[in-house]
Design a protein around this ligand. Structure first.
Ligand SMILES: [Zn+2]
Length: 697
């Protein structure tokens, strides 16, 4: 072999450096497979035997611990390619050269560059010259084999995982609240506090119906959520942290809490830059779903129900017939209204009006989709009022029941929160006690250990004090929230639903909740009148008919007296003059504004009042052109005569445009040389303009 090798190595190669590329793919291999690393370094001796001096053998081993599947992130490999490309390498050495790159593309690119720059390749089997066809073929084959081997390895590994998953035996990280027994069975966390926290979590979600509301409930009650550390030196330890929205979603979406084993909820693929991209799959595409595989906190039905609610809460989710949880905003029936014409769920749009924010119930989905107007738009204030009255009058027998359940609910929530908080204190006390015992047991001579145990004990005591203070503070807050007087008030309020309903202090959100407790949905149809079909929970139904309410514009309508006034004033005045007169009389427009010529104009147009121009014309007035034709003078002469009171005219707008009275038997004629100001006939039309002395031309 050496003879053949000798033939391939030429002076031109020896002039350049030899590159020894060393790679172990995982960090574990680096530690465990030192044998192979040794073999790789032994190649250096081969290079020396071939004629390179030891100091010209450059070792690239910066990729130790990186996988060979792609060249991205492997700086060593990239450097090697660069050096070869610049013609600095006479020979490239590697244990199994094909492993230089575990990916055919990388490998063939390296071969290509080696051939171009006349660089040799050496592995344990021999020496290759990539510019020779045979060698190139062999090297290519080695690369392909290597890639195939990688593929087989991966398949075998994945196949094993899949099989295990299919049987539900794959051991996967469990969410907090579930743990593996010694025999790999999945059971509820042995820690009672963890269990109860998670039960409380699902209970809170069931009650509030929204992840954000659940998080809020935790914040308000000052509760923390448990988390078991998955890695690091404290792996398996329990920490209590704030509950965040994303975490609440994670818990709600995780089917393991329903005792269901799942595998393949996500698909991964590699991005061109080597990053891993995760994609969540729809439930139908999950690889394995095995219900009732182990204990859980909720049933699978509850899980599915939770998913449905989360979907409905996601506003962007396309389902139109969704029922939505009460959000802020006054519309009582938000999320409950169905369009009686097309059957879609109606949405709410708010408008700011004089009394405040008023809702409109809109059916607009199809309108938006087909770029047409909304199918129905119904002002909501009247409907909300009617529904409120309906509830007040028809709910009397149910009142007590509702009131009691509200009362119980509040009490139960407070008790539950109190119990959970108390548990935290108990745990802190227990841990402090344990720390104390550890400290007591240690040999006092062992200063180092004793000191650290004492510090630990102190820490635990501090945590205990904090927990106690927090507990007392919250308890106090709860007590304030429901002291005797308030309790009596709530009870009284609850006992008569009408008062609770009309009580101005009742937040609108609570009213909406009450509506939701009692009503299934409300269907609206707007024709000549508005028909309101109300379906109660439990199947009862009632139909109301309401008069068509004034639209937003109608509600702002100017009072009839003012309209009549404007009608009269139009006989004598322009829009701006009318506005000034109305303002003098302290009259206001429909939306409570002072008058302005544009408002007067709008009212005139809206009520079809005859324009001043038409009025003047009907009274026999002439336009400038008409009178100029009649008197056989130019229009500018007409204008001048008007200004100097030779013709009587009436402004028909605020832009100094006039209609002219018939000049009568003796119309003005041109008298050249005579001062116009001396010929004034009509004094009352002295225009409010600077006077200039003008003569007839
Ligand atoms: Zn509709």
């Amino acid at each position: 072999m050496m003879a053949e090798a000798g033939q391939k190595v030429k002076a031109v190669h020896l002039k350049r450096d030899a590159y020894l590329y060393i790679r172990q793919s995982t960090l574990r291999q680096v530690f465990e497979n030192t044998e192979s690393t040794k073999r790789q370094y032994a190649l250096r001796q081969r290079a020396v035997a071939l004629g390179w001096s030891a100091e010209r053998v450059i070792v690239i081993d910066s990729d130790l611990g990186k996988s060979g599947s792609t060249a991205t992130n492997r700086h060593g490999f990239q450097r090697l390619v660069a050096e070869v490309g610049m013609g600095r390498a006479g020979i490239v050495m590697g244990l199994e050269v094909s492993r230089l790159a575990r990916n055919s593309t990388d490998w063939h690119r390296l071969l290509e560059i080696c051939a171009l720059t006349d660089t040799l390749i050496l592995d344990e089997d021999g020496i290759y010259d990539p510019s020779h066809f045979n060698d190139r073929l062999l090297l290519g084959l080695k690369g392909t084999m290597s890639e195939a081997e990688l593929h087989v390895l991966r398949m075998r590994l994945q196949g094993g995982i899949m099989n295990k998953a299919r049987r539900g035996e794959l051991k996967m990280p469990l969410p907090t609240g579930l743990v593996y027994e010694a025999d790999d069975r999945v059971v509820l966390d042995r820690d009672k506090q963890v269990q109860e926290s998670i039960r409380f979590f699902f209970e809170t979600f069931r009650r509030t119906g929204a992840a954000s509301a659940t998080v809020k409930a935790y914040r308000e009650a000052g509760l923390l959520f448990p988390r078991r550390l998955r890695k690091g030196p404290h792996k398996g330890d329990l920490v209590w942290t704030n509950l965040y929205h994303w975490r609440a979603l994670q818990v709600l979406h995780n089917p393991r809490y329903a005792g269901t084993f799942v595998f393949g909820r996500r698909r991964t693929r590699k991005a061109p830059d080597g990053r891993t991209i995760y994609k969540s799959l729809p439930q139908e595409e999950w690889h394995t779903v095995l219900p009732e595989s182990h204990e859980g906190y909720i049933s699978m039905e509850q899980y599915q129900e939770n998913q449905r609610r989360l979907r409905e809460n996601a506003q962007t989710y396309g389902l139109d017939r969704r029922k939505s949880p009460p959000r802020e905003g006054p519309a009582l029936l938000q999320g409950l209204v169905i369009c009686g014409i097309c059957g879609d769920r109606m949405t709410v749009r708010y408008h700011v009006r004089k009394p405040g924010i008023v809702p409109n119930y809109m059916c607009q989905r199809r309108g938006i989709e087909s770029a047409k107007g909304p199918c129905q738009r119904i002002p909501g204030a009247g409907i909300d009022k009617a529904i409120g009255e309906l509830l007040v009058e028809s709910m009397t027998p149910l009142t007590l029941e509702v009131a009691l359940s509200v009362q119980e609910e509040i009490q139960r929530r407070l008790d539950e929160a109190d119990r959970l908080r108390n548990q935290r204190v108990e745990r802190a006390r227990y841990e402090a006690e344990m720390a104390r015992r550890r400290y007591m047991k240690v040999d006092p001579d062992n200063r180092l250990v004793a000191d650290s145990l004492e510090a630990d004990w102190n820490n635990k005591l501090r945590v205990l004090t904090q927990a106690q203070e927090e507990y007392e503070r919250q308890r106090e807050a709860d007590r304030i929230a429901l002291d005797e007087k308030k309790r009596a008030e709530v009870l009284a309020l609850a006992k008569d639903f009408p008062r609770l309903w009309h009580e101005p202090k009742t937040p609108q959100r609570e009213r909406k909740r009450m509506v939701r407790l009692m009503l299934e949905d409300v269907t609206l149809i707007k024709r000549e009148k508005i028909t309101v079909h109300v379906r109660f929970k439990g199947g009862a139904a009632k139909t109301l008919t309401l008069p068509k309410p004034l639209s937003g514009v109608e509600a702002k309508r100017t009072s009839p007296q003012v309209v009549a006034e404007i009608d009269q004033l139009l006989d004598h005045y322009t829009h701006a003059q009318i506005a000034a007169i109305l303002n003098q009389r302290d009259l206001l427009s429909g939306d409570g504004k002072h008058f302005h010529y544009l408002i007067v104009r709008k009212v005139r147009l809206a009520y079809g009042l005859k324009s001043r121009y038409d009025r003047l014309q009907e009274a026999g007035m002439l336009t400038r052109d008409e009178i100029a034709g009649m008197l056989k003078v130019s229009t500018s002469t007409v204008k001048r005569w008007r200004r100097h009171g030779l013709l009587r005219a009436h402004a028909y707008n605020d832009r100094n445009e006039y209609l002219y009275e018939h000049p009568g038997e003796s119309p003005p004629v041109k008298i050249p040389g005579r001062k116009l100001s001396c010929r004034r006939r009509f004094a009352e039309f002295v225009p409010n303009q600077p006077q200039e002395v003008q003569y007839e031309a």
